[in-house]
Design a protein around this ligand. Structure first.
Ligand code: PRP
Ligand code: MN
Ligand code: MG
Length: 185
């Protein structure tokens, strides 16, 4: 990770801080969903690492599946639609669904994909959202966040699944990227 770490200005959340918080979230979810048919839905690719750690902190039976949505480039933003590129493999009917995200930033990914509405229309018993990071200052559309790990400021964060141009997802912590890397500051 040597060369990747040179691009990180500051460690915002250490591996230990993340692990502690993920364990707390797992315990809370286990309590809240006890006796219910729980299914986590991971939004590729960013949420993959959080999902993997989170499920291992959930002590009740849990299933999981993956969806991929197109990210909103200039094109999709004007059309107001984020397409579902990879759909679920299994039915969510009568299951208690928890959508897992690494970060909710503007909220456009969840809102423009109509993912939550889509899951409800497929008759999920309930649909909630769990995100590791919540960046409320950047929100452009309202998204219901039911569980979050940490609130973050308006900083360019990478690691633990979060990327910049496909890089840095493999960092075990969450760091702030140096402005010169993304042409900011
Ligand atoms: C990132 C992140 C969230 C989304 C949050 O995904 O993983 O899914 O953006 O931003 P928003 O609230 O402003 O929509 P990205 O589109 O970069 O795809 P990735 O998960 O494959 O990196
Ligand atoms: Mn994502
Ligand atoms: Mg990304």
């Amino acid at each position: 990770q040597m060369d990747l770490e040179e691009d990180v200005a500051e460690v915002l959340l250490t591996q230990e801080q993340i692990a502690t918080r993920v364990a707390e979230l797992g315990a809370q979810i286990s309590q809240d969903y006890a006796g219910k048919d729980l299914m986590l839905i991971c939004i590729l690719k960013g949420a993959n690492i959080f999902l993997a750690d989170l499920v291992r902190q959930i002590t009740i039976p849990v299933a999981y599946d993956f969806v991929a949505v197109s990210s909103y480039g200039a094109d999709t933003k004007s059309s107001g639609v984020v397409r579902i590129l990879k759909d679920l493999d299994e039915s969510v009917e009568s299951k208690h669904v928890l959508v897992v995200e690494d970060i909710v930033d503007t909220g456009l990914t969840l809102r423009l994909s109509y993912l939550l509405e889509n899951l409800r229309s497929r008759r999920a018993a309930s649909v909630k959202v769990c995100t590791l990071l919540d960046k409320p200052v950047r929100r452009r559309v309202d998204v219901p966040v039911d569980y979050f790990g940490f609130k973050v400021e308006d900083q360019f964060v990478v690691g633990y699944g979060l990327d910049y141009q496909g890089k840095y997802r493999s960092l075990p912590y969450i760091g702030v990227l140096k402005p010169e890397i993304y042409g900011g500051g």
